[in-house]
Design a protein around this ligand. Structure first.
Ligand code: ZN
Length: 316
């Protein structure tokens, strides 16, 4: 059986032909034009979907389903894209528009939910239930698989783990609330913390790592500094890991998942700087310490979104 998964990212549209094991057989990518209308986007997505089908020498009728993952609020129940950042449209009957181009079963989900399905089906969370996948990027995305199905709440668009509030009157978030987890645990937050510490510590090696330009700080800069034993970089990571751990502790105490996988660029950091200290912090805050949740790196990288979108049909 063959499936097609499409990941609508911030810069690229990626379409992949995927088999039932969650392996990508062919993949094609095309830059996003953010000025596109929903109709134009669906025409382009259908074209990319058909293209990977042809690359795999398959007939269109051999495709079981097409799945599309987008950032934002996506309702697979109604087939609507309620709201998606980066694109100008909202409240759009996305499934209907796609099916005008190609009449095939179409499934929709938030990109973080697709990543969770991908990791559950073919990645680090394989066989674990409940499984949570947390993606550390510009914000924090999350997805939950429970009972072999994606959990998305009554309006089919949950869950927004990045906006759980971990600090009253904390840092202002783009959503309008203060103290959201993603203001403390995302890659963006780590960059902000690194820049703040650099202002306080003019002799830090962090300045050398970004060639004296604070705007060149990246998510990995603090990890590079800590590797060089820089005290300022270590302070940054200490603060960052505390914030990151609080959201993970909350997820564990509420859901008791078998595993939490961390994805996104930050998760590429070496274990002794990220995963190992994070596991210690999380265990300290876990209520039931007798059977701790496993905390692991996601394993599919950027492919998780395509694989998960492709296999959504089995998970909703
Ligand atoms: Zn928020």
């Amino acid at each position: 059986m063959y499936y097609i998964g499409i990941d609508v990212g911030g810069t690229n549209l990626v379409s992949g032909l995927v088999n039932e094991k969650g392996r990508i057989l062919d993949k094609v990518s095309h830059p996003v034009d953010k000025a596109m209308t929903a109709e134009e986007l669906c025409v382009e997505l259908a074209r990319l979907a058909k293209k990977v089908c042809e690359m795999g020498a398959l007939d269109y009728s051999q495709i079981e389903a097409v799945g599309v993952g987008l950032p934002g609020v996506v309702d697979n129940g109604t087939g609507m894209v309620v709201q998606t950042p980066n694109m100008a449209f909202s409240n759009t009957p996305f499934r209907t528009l796609f099916q005008k181009e190609w009449n095939v079963p179409v499934f929709l989900a938030n990109d973080a939910n697709c990543a969770a399905v991908g990791e559950y089906w073919a990645g680090a969370a394989k066989g674990c239930d409940p499984a949570v996948v947390v993606t550390l990027g510009t914000g924090i995305g999350g997805g939950l698989v429970v009972g072999g199905k994606l959990f998305t709440g009554f309006a089919n668009s949950g869950m927004e783990v990045g906006h759980m509030i971990i600090q009253p009157n904390g840092v202002l978030c783009g959503c309008g609330n203060r103290g959201c987890w993603e203001q403390y645990g995302s890659a963006t937050a780590l960059i902000r913390l690194t820049q703040l510490e650099m202002e306080r510590t003019k002799d830090s090696v962090l300045w050398d790592l970004c060639e004296g330009d604070r705007f060149k700080v990246q998510g990995r800069t603090a990890f590079q500094g800590a590797r060089l034993d820089d005290p300022a970089a270590k302070r940054v990571l200490h603060t960052y890991l505390q914030g990151l751990s609080i959201g993970i502790i909350n997820l564990i105490n509420i859901l008791q998942p078998e595993i939490i996988c961390l994805g996104g660029g930050i998760s590429n950091a070496e274990d002794d700087l990220l995963l190992e200290p994070l596991r210690d912090l999380v265990l300290q805050g876990t209520f039931d310490k007798s059977r701790p949740t496993r905390l692991e790196k996601a394993s599919l990288g950027n492919d998780a979104g395509v694989v998960g979108a492709a296999l959504l049909c089995h998970m909703v």
